[in-house]
Ligand binder design. Sequence first.
Ligand code: GLU
Length: 428
Amino acid sequence: MTTQVNYKEPAPIMNKENPFESMMERFDTAVNLLGLDVGIYKYLKSPTKQVITSIPIIMDNGNIEVFEGYRVIHNDVLGPSKGGIRYAPDVTLDEMKALAAWMTWKCSIVNIPFGGAKGGIKCDPTKLSIHELERLTRRFTANMLDVFGPERDIPAPDMNTNEQTMAWIMDTYSMHSKRTVTGVVTGKPMILGGSHGRREATGRGVMIVSVAALQKLGIKSTEATAVVQGFGNVGSIAAQLLHEQGVKIIALSDINGAIYNPKGLVIPEVINYVERNSTLAKFPGAEAITNEELLELECDLLVPAAKEDQITSKNASKLKCKIIAEGANGPTTAKADPILQEKGVLVIPDILANAGGVTVSYFEWVQDRMGFFWTLNRVNTRLERMMDEAFVNVYKTAAKYDVPLRIGAYILAIDKVAKTLKLRGIYA
Ligand code: GLU
């Protein structure tokens, strides 16, 4: 029996700035200020390993479908490489390269002994059944057995992947290793060697650095207003924790639209509503606005926690916030940076603002290797200390070089990796 091919290539996403070029622009600026040796520059800009793999699976209807999977290890000078795996129709190798490099800088900034990596599968997860997702994840893991490993390369959740995905990766890797290897992935369910506080860690980190930035500007949390774009794992937790700090959240959004209430939204009520309706659209007691209007609202703090390329050269001049805390990876394009700088907006860059997730991933990996698990209080206290330290270090570096926090963060991160590389030397 022959089967009809009806899979359509997803339409290319227009107007998307190349994320790798966006990353390289900031990297080049930081490298020039650091006066880095040209050989080290060449080393750090080249990803260590780029894997593209075909993933054939049998679909529920019996047909064979072939997907493309990626894993880019940008750098492993500081230790095993670390970074998430995302499932999306617009995953590209260039995007993986940028996100992998960002992971290198992120781990360096928060002082954890990991390099950077990122992976993904080009697929539309909303069109796949749970069984198809499981087969896809397991076959991808099998193809990556020589890449992944608790001392080599450690995946974690990212866009459209979750604790269940990590459990499948852990199980597949363990079956091949003939023993349970919990340390091969982080972001696992608690009962499989996951860590308390991992799920909330990225949002919690965003809250910690946002509060630190408000303090720098002399704004009391209880008198501050905030707008959060995106209501997934990062946005919803950041909104909830900021709300607990007394910050008034005046607007929120998800993929279906945005809601606004100048008097402030009661976040636990919104979370409750989203749990019942799976969207925040039509939340009672709030006005519906567009995503564009949301970004341009007057507020103290804007948290873009949705996806890449949201603040661009087109809308940056219209923003009316004092602080941006980048919960997502790459929400601001390189072309928007000078516009925000000119306007005096304090941007807490993604590689600092959303590093709470990988920090608690590190805690999870440590606990798995010790076989001894920490309390939530210990996780959160250590996370707070490390995020606060990272914020201070980035702030001091930016002040020393008289540059925005983003470039300060790159300088701090690149300097550490470059120094480590010089000590290790080049193996020949
Ligand atoms: N995907 C998350 C990030 O972009 C977490 C990565 C990790 O924990 O390894 O930071």
